[in-house]
Design a protein. Structure first.
Ligand code: GDP
Ligand code: MN
Length: 400
């Protein structure tokens, strides 16, 4: 789960990381009022969306008066901000964060990620702040400092000092940097984060170390033990199809094609999508029903997949180990009977209770297309989708 910049800053500042003073606003009027409360002569107005690259996309504006803040906000509220991380559809701006500006002397990049190969939290830092880490790693790879944290002892002071020295910080700035690094590490590990990124982390003209930007993501599977983090979720920033599925305990990934996929397991999902592409089709999504899915759960999956209007055919591909093919078949029949679907449905079942499953499908009297192998299933789904499209074009032609 991702959160907003202002939320990440609030969390990090609770762990001792210095952030500029700022205030949240839900309207241009409120933003101007908040700036007056903050005081000073110069502010930065920042669109709160779950994506980076806002600066380049016009989502971060420096303002010298309340009138400028008002105008900057008029151009942001209710609009979709399109950055290189949002995709072409952009993300809606419904909140802005107003901050007092700081005098920047240096910009640093700082990130904390899970490094799967070392199975450790890895700190990635660079003296080239402000640029994206992908750019830094191409253009200035020598400036990148990496350090992995031993989980049994946490981030040690000497290790944090070493990072500070490698970044070329002056002796008087090292202690503040150590506090920042340890604060971020504590927030990361105590709250089950998967990513903390501060870009830029700045050294101010009076040698303070301040997080000018902040991004945090959390492990969805650990949210149950951090209710204070879970409640920061902002559904306006999520794909509505994916959040509907998450609310129902199903994992769903929305894509751009026309064939909806209901599968069990992420690996089988990948293989199914590859095979659909090989057969000349494009997946619209995939929905993982997980293990031991009841007929009701399968029916729920069907309702979710078909609620996406791009779906023009469905491929169910189940390799049942813990699952049971007869339950999956019952779920498919249950869903089709109640939903009156007029799109082709292809089902391929293998594994536990496959004969019973096939029998249920065959005896249902429903126009379910069955397939033995995955390749066959993908080809039938694509062929059925193509002829269905042809049919509707013909019907449309006749109607006109
Ligand atoms: P991002 O583009 O989504 O990563 O948003 P950032 O929060 O990183 O802001 C983009 C850029 O705006 C930063 O790299 C800074 O150069 C600039 N910026 C943000 N806050 C301030 C500030 O308080 N003072 C100044 N001078 N520049 C700022
Ligand atoms: Mn940034």
């Amino acid at each position: 789960m991702d959160i907003h910049e202002y939320q990440a800053k609030e969390i990090l500042s609770g762990f001792g990381v210095e952030t500029p003073s700022g205030a949240l606003a839900y309207s241009p009027e409120q933003a101007a009022y908040r700036a007056r409360e903050l005081g000073g002569e110069r502010w930065v107005v920042k669109a709160q969306v779950h994506a980076g690259g806002r600066g380049k996309a016009g989502g971060v504006k420096l303002c010298d008066s309340e009138a400028e803040i008002y105008d900057a906000c008029e151009g942001l509220f209710g609009k979709k901000l399109v950055t290189h991380q949002t995709g072409p559809e952009g993300k809606g701006v419904y909140r802005v964060y107003v901050e007092s500006t700081v005098q920047i002397a240096r910009e640093i990049y700082l990130g904390f990620v899970l490094d799967r190969s070392s199975q450790r939290v890895m700190i990635v830092a660079s003296s080239e702040g402000g640029m994206e880490i992908e750019e830094i790693s191409i253009e200035k790879p020598d400036t990148i400092v990496r350090s992995t944290v031993e989980p049994a002892v946490g981030l040690q002071e000497f290790q944090a000092r070493e990072i500070a020295f490698k970044l070329g910080l002056e002796p008087g700035q090292v202690q503040a940097m150590v506090r920042t690094l340890q604060g971020c590490y504590a927030a990361f590990s105590e709250l089950d984060a998967t990513m903390v990124e501060i870009n830029p982390l700045v050294v101010t003209s009076d040698s303070k170390i301040v997080a000018l930007d902040a991004k945090m993501s959390f492990d969805d599977n650990a949210l149950f033990r951090h209710p204070q983090v879970a409640e920061l979720r902002d559904k306006s920033q999520e794909d509505p199809r994916e959040s509907r599925a998450a609310d129902r305990g199903l994992s769903y990934v929305g894509l751009d094609g026309n064939i909806g996929c209901i599968v069990n397991g992420a690996g089988l999902a990948m293989a199914t999508m590859d095979t659909i592409k090989l057969a000349g089709g494009e997946p619209a999504n995939f929905l993982d029903i997980g293990g031991g899915a009841s007929p009701e759960r399968v029916a729920k999956a069907f309702r979710l997949v078909t609620s996406d209007s791009n779906v023009q055919a469905i491929l169910v591909n189940i390799f049942a180990g813990i699952n049971r093919c007869d339950w999956v078949a019952e779920g498919v029949v249950l869903a089709l009977k109640e939903m009156n679907l007029d799109i082709p449905v292809v089902v391929r079942l293998a594994g536990t209770n496959v004969e019973a499953g096939q029998k249920i499908l065959a005896q249902s009297g429903l126009p379910i297309i069955r397939a033995g192998t995955l390749m066959e299933a993908a080809e039938r789904a694509v062929a059925a989708w193509q002829s269905d499209i042809g049919q509707s074009a013909k019907t449309l032609g006749a109607a006109i």
